[in-house]
Design a protein around this ligand. Structure first.
Ligand code: SF4
Length: 347
């Protein structure tokens, strides 16, 4: 049977389609992660068999000089997942480095991946430019191949992504098609599940929100810290007095209102708020206070859940151990099939 046409993992019966997503554990997750992916993952957990990877090896492709940061944040990212409402009864959370089969698959896929396809990958080029890399490590250049191994190890059918990640999914699909054409129908060809994945700009307005730039609001920030951070956010530079007409389209606070504040209450509420700004009817201080209230209301249940799990570190370890066991079982089947297809001796 041709699994490409059946679109299901070889030898694995599943009633629900599988999806795979994940994050690099370079810091605690922030509200940018929430609007970009976490809230859709929570919505998808009832519909799909969801695998969520804490990609620690991938984090080391950029943060190799600070392995202690990556190690500490594996646990923190898992806490953030549980805090936002991902339910370990419904999703499988695992750590990339604890599944050596993924590293094996990465080696096999590297055999049929050209260096040029990686060099010309637009996401790699953009990320390298943003980080100021003049020379790329083998691991950084090859991380999309490792992503292909992540995705195919569990036979994921769908990969939720934003537009910027599409080249990586295309590369995975190329690898799968090439492998299946050369050696037989072994791997499931995944599709991108493109949803609305807004990228929040950082508080300083100088690019996307990121832990390394220190310009984000973490999901675990205390209410007063959220208030202080929102106060520091860049607004419309042309607006010098509270009654000056504002330009929400250039204001960081407006972006947050759109996805986390007024916009979350509906398009009319957002339009009203924008009108007030343009008319100079609301001052920036009051606008920021409104946003702080919205954010703290949104984050309150996540803080409470986080506290609950922080007091139960044994439970978090169990969640990860169970996820790793499940993924290793699936990935071992995939490796075995891949090795058979490659006529490699298995002992
Ligand atoms: S009122 Fe709000 S949206 Fe308008 S410029 Fe000030 S902070 Fe930005």
């Amino acid at each position: 049977m041709d699994v490409r046409t059946e679109n299901r993992p070889t030898g694995m019966e599943t009633h629900r389609k599988r999806i795979l997503t994940g994050d690099r554990p370079t810091g605690r997750l922030h509200v940018g992660h929430y609007v970009g992916s976490l809230r859709s993952r929570v919505a998808l957990q009832d519909k799909y068999d969801s695998f969520i990877e804490i990609a620690d090896i991938q984090a080391l492709t950029t943060d190799f000089e600070q392995p202690e940061v990556v190690a500490e944040n594996v646990h923190q990212v898992c806490l953030d997942y549980l805090a936002v409402g991902l339910d370990p009864e419904k999703v499988t959370i695992f750590v990339q480095s604890a599944v050596p089969e993924i590293a094996e698959l990465t080696v096999f896929y590297s055999l049929i991946t050209s260096v040029n396809s990686l060099r010309h990958n637009p996401t790699i080029k953009t990320e390298a430019a943003e980080r100021g890399y003049t020379s790329l490590s083998y691991g950084f250049l090859g991380y999309p191949v490792s992503q292909a191994a992540d995705i195919t190890s569990v036979g994921a059918h769908l990969v939720p992504v934003g537009d910027d990640q599409l080249p990586h999914i295309e590369l995975t699909r190329d690898i799968v098609r090439r492998f299946n054409a050369l050696y037989g129908p072994v791997l499931v060809e995944p599709q991108a599940l493109v949803g609305e994945c807004p990228r929040l700009v950082g508080l300083d307005g100088g690019g996307k929100m990121s832990k390394s730039k220190g310009n984000g609001i973490s999901l675990s920030d205390a209410p007063e810290l959220v208030r202080a951070k929102v106060k520091s956010a860049v607004t419309d530079p042309q607006r010098l007095h509270a009654h000056d007409p504002g330009h929400p389209e250039v204001c960081v606070v407006h972006t947050y209102h759109r996805y986390l504040g007024e916009g979350a209450r509906g398009s009319e509420a957002l339009a009203d708020f924008e009108r007030s700004c343009r008319a100079g009817a609301i001052g920036c201080a009051a606008c920021k206070e409104n946003l702080t209230r919205s954010l703290n209301t949104l984050l309150a249940p996540a803080r409470e859940r986080r506290r609950y799990y922080e007091e139960r570190p044994g439970f978090v370890k169990e969640v990860l151990a169970a996820g790793i066991t499940r993924v290793r079982g699936e990935a071992a089947l995939t490796v075995s099939r891949v090795k058979s297809a490659l006529r490699l001796v298995q002992f």
